[in-house]
Design a protein around this ligand. Structure first.
Ligand code: ATP
Ligand code: MG
Length: 422
């Protein structure tokens, strides 16, 4: 026997029993976004490596150590996308989507980051991403938060909390940078080599560190909100007024800076205490400079991404009911002639009622074997077609989940009789 191949570490398979939760969540999200007037965009998994270096920033965890980058056969430097915003901006610039128009977009798909695989953290994971372009005021920041909040509500998720902050503009950040460097410099001995290197090149990334050892230092660090320019401060206070007016609860977290360089002003994160240490479910913020930085014309932008795997897990913990996926009917057919008649009958039923889900027994088997399968399928009813029923153009209907009586009806009456049972 040849050796069994394994999958790639950190790239989990999502097996059929997981899918109903995924599909339910996706259908809720798609419906919410449609109701808010957002449109889907679908993009390639591969982009030029340069795109991510120029947007996420060279001195970030993602670009320094998490990207799957390679040269293709032509020698072009490509990277499996670690996040979606950069690609959406790239696409928007390429197709003139930001030219004299506003855009409200969403997208969903796999992302790739070479991280240490653990619970809630994998190397291939999925994000659902929402982005709005061309809106300056905090009303759109609020709308994006309301969208997320509505998704939680429609999924019965309560254990989730919103944290917000403002990180101002690159200009006011440069003053803050100096203050931060000075602060951390006094504690240089507590920092490792990598942190010291970051301190000088991108000190805000230190605030994002998950290292236990420097959490105390981070807690007492100077706050960015004390260094905001007046317009950013105004934007932030307006957003808070709007949040209060709509009754959306939030906490200000002055250390929330996000791990990517492109953010400006509003940043936020939705976290939960139900998932252990991988607690961030959804995160995002404003990135007013990115379109221009990538070669487009100056365009306001704001967006968020949620981690599907973490949301699926939270949904399974929080929601009392699980999504229904079992077929309505399982068609039991014994005998060769009955079997081909069964497939035809099932097609007729599907024509009559497109909502009906019917699993036809494939692969033969005795009545006993087929009833076992019918039971396992979770179907509500079994339809029974044997030699005798075939001969009389009839079919048996047997409830599988309660003790109502079995019935035999003629083929012309199947659809109506089924309705009385379902
Ligand atoms: P974390 O702090 O947990 O590393 P992040 O700030 O790197 O998250 P973002 O880049 O903001 O994450 O991505 C948005 C969301 O995508 C996160 O809030 C999380 O739910 C999810 N996510 C990010 N990285 C992973 C991963 N490696 N595995 C699973 N989900 C992830
Ligand atoms: Mg991360």
């Amino acid at each position: 026997m040849s050796q069994k191949l394994t999958g790639v570490r950190g790239m989990p398979d999502i097996l059929p029993e997981e899918i109903p939760s995924w599909q339910h969540i996706e259908s809720v999200m798609f419906s919410v976004l449609r109701r808010y007037g957002y449109r889907e965009i679908r993009l390639p998994l591969l982009e030029r490596t340069e795109l991510f270096k120029r947007s996420i920033g060279e001195i970030t965890d993602i670009v320094e150590k998490e990207m799957y980058s390679f040269e293709d056969r032509n020698g072009d430097g490509l990277t499996l996308r670690p996040e979606m915003t950069a690609g959406i901006v790239r696409s928007g610039i390429n197709h003139g989507l930001f030219h004299n128009q506003k855009q409200k977009l969403w997208s969903i798909g796999p992302m790739f980051r070479y991280e240490k695989p653990q619970h809630g953290r994998s190397r291939q994971f999925h994000q659902f991403d929402v982005e709005a372009f061309g809106f300056e005021g905090p009303d759109i920041d609020l709308e994006l938060l309301l969208i997320a909040s509505r998704i939680w509500k429609e999924l019965d998720i309560n254990a989730i909390e919103l944290q917000i902050n403002s990180i101002g503009t690159p200009e006011c950040r440069s003053e803050y940078r100096d203050v931060l460097i000075k602060y951390f410099n006094d504690y240089r001995n507590d920092l490792d080599d990598e942190e010291v290197a970051r301190l000088n090149r991108n000190p805000m990334r230190l605030l994002d560190s998950k290292k236990e050892k420097i959490q105390g230092l981070i807690k007492s660090a100077p706050k960015i909100t004390d260094y905001l320019d007046s317009e950013s401060a105004e934007h932030f206070s307006q957003l808070q007024e709007l949040l209060l007016a709509t009754g959306l609860n939030y906490k200000i977290n002055p250390r929330l800076v996000r791990g990517l360089d492109y953010y400006t002003r509003t940043v936020f994160e939705w976290t939960t205490d139900k998932l252990g240490s991988q607690s961030a479910v959804c995160a995002g913020g404003r990135y007013d400079g990115l379109v221009q930085q990538l070669g487009g014309k100056s365009t306001n932008a704001v967006g968020w991404a949620l981690g599907m795997e973490r949301l699926v897990e939270l949904y399974q913990i929080e929601s009392s009911s699980s999504p229904e996926i079992n077929p309505d009917l399982y068609l039991v057919a014994v005998g060769e002639k009955a079997f081909s008649a069964a497939l035809t009958l099932a097609e007729e039923l599907r024509n009559k009622d497109p909502k009906l889900s019917i699993e036809v027994n494939c692969g033969g088997g005795s009545f006993k074997v087929q009833f076992k399968r019918a039971d396992k399928s979770g179907a509500k009813l079994a339809l029974i077609l044997g030699e005798e029923e075939l001969h009389n153009k009839k079919i048996g209907i047997k409830p599988l989940r309660d003790d109502r009586d079995q019935q035999t009806v003629s083929w012309t009456d199947i659809a109506t009789s089924i309705k009385t049972y379902l």
